[in-house]
Design a protein around this ligand. Structure first.
Ligand code: NAP
Length: 258
């Protein structure tokens, strides 16, 4: 039996629209491609115009529909304008995936104000800004799915990541509260978080091969996860099958925190 996924989750999102932040590479790119291949029109958000275009071109080449928005996710006006742009272009917003994130790792005595502020702004403020804008649009249509990408670092301590852990733990509290605020008998809006463990991407490549082996030894399934495995968790939470799940945290970490 293969130790990595050989088949993908099949979900029908035909006619739906989605925004994915941090869609230019890594996990966000996998999420954008998975949502598009499930039939959703996907708005891809990041700062790198060229990389975003590559993702949108791949979606279009596969027969899907994509738009690109070059934006800093920590910018309030940009968040509003992306959500308004999508609603204007495609009529509604059904799915928001808050995925953009960065690390600025160092131990607390050496952590600068900038290391702290940049990580909190990019990882946590962005989730607030995009969710606030999306909530208004989703409340109008009385339905929607908001999926926030947190991390196992938001569930457990990880030396060198106090800024990152705080941002990711913040996402979990934010998710639980907004899920309760947006839930009602008349509105089918769910808000959930996913906590990936160590997933192969540019972010984890920075670990280097020696540290990667140390990390793998700590994971019960003894391998890094794949971006597609996080994309499948997003597809599930975006699907009709997950309509009764809200305010929850889905951990996808090979057993690391189990
Ligand atoms: P990645 O490969 O470094 O990609 C990060 C994405 O976020 C890129 O598309 C980047 O695009 C975008 N981004 C960063 N800052 C931005 C900003 N200010 N404005 C707009 N876009 C911005 O990271 P990844 O591994 O795919 O991680 C994706 C998410 O999963 C992050 O939230 C991360 O914390 C979380 N996560 C990852 C792992 C892992 O092991 N990889 C584990 C747990 C959680 P541009 O640079 O083009 O702007």
């Amino acid at each position: 039996m293969s130790d990595s996924p050989t088949r993908r989750l099949h979900v029908d999102l035909t006619g739906q629209t989605a925004i994915v932040t941090g869609a230019s590479r890594g996990i966000g790119k996998a999420i954008a491609l998975a949502l598009a291949s499930s039939g959703a029109k996907v708005a891809c958000v990041a700062r790198s115009e060229g990389k975003l275009k590559e993702v949108a071109d791949a979606i279009t080449a596969a027969g899907g529909t994509a738009a690109t928005y070059v934006a800093d996710v920590a910018d309030s006006a940009a968040a509003n304008s992306v959500v308004e742009g999508v609603v204007e272009k495609w009529g509604q917003l059904d799915i928001l995936v808050n995925n953009a994130g960065i690390t600025r790792d160092t131990l607390i005595p050496r952590m600068t104000d900038e290391d702290w502020d940049e990580v909190i702004s990019t990882n946590l403020r962005s989730v607030f800004l995009f969710t606030r804008a999306a909530a208004s649009a989703m409340m109008r249509t009385k339905s929607g799915r908001i999926i926030n990408i947190s991390s196992v670092s938001g569930l457990m301590g990880n030396p060198g990541q106090c800024n990152y852990s705080a941002s990711k733990a913040g996402i979990i509290g934010f998710t639980q509260t907004v899920a309760r605020e947006l839930a009602s008998k008349r509105r089918a809006i769910t808000v959930n978080a996913i906590c990936p463990g160590f997933i192969a991407s540019d972010m984890t490549e920075a670990l280097g091969p020696a540290l990667e082996e140390v990390v793998k030894a700590r994971i019960p399934l003894q391998r890094l996860g794949e971006a597609d495995e996080i994309a499948d968790a997003v597809l599930y939470l975006a699907s009709g099958s997950a309509a009764y799940i809200t305010g929850q945290v889905l951990t996808v970490d090979g057993g690391l925190t189990g």
